[in-house]
Design a protein around this ligand. Sequence first.
Ligand SMILES: [Zn+2]
Length: 160
Amino acid sequence: MNTQDCFICGAPDAMTRFENRSETLRVKGMERRVDNLSGWECQQCGDGMHDPDSSDRHSAAGDDLVHAARKMIGTEIKRTRRKLHLTQKEAVQLLSGGGHNAFSRYERGELLPPKPLVLLMRLLDRYPHLLTDAKALTEGADMRGFTHTLNTAHKALKTS
Ligand SMILES: [Zn+2]
């Protein structure tokens, strides 16, 4: 049986079987090719589903690609940080904010850095002299460090 009702949109007999399909996943100029995929797809809504084995191999290739992309961005960030003669700690304080080991996690590819940080690093890579301006402009840019006092209690709370 090569057609069935779509289990996503409900269109009758709209799901058709596919076998031996090859897909190439791409991100940031890298590719992973997955062969011999099989499953069902709907001619009405365009949605579909891989068979379990195909689904596993497809998502493994996707995970692998995401991991490789994080590594690549991490390597780029590290190269730029070193070019700017910043320690990881200085880079956190000056550029990224976040926890004290945020930058090392970005550089090891464990965490994808936020897009504004990637953009900032690329700008500083292209125009390194702007680091001096960045240091001057960072003054007062982080407004999260205030303290507040809880009026009902006799102790001050400090936010971190
Ligand atoms: Zn459908």
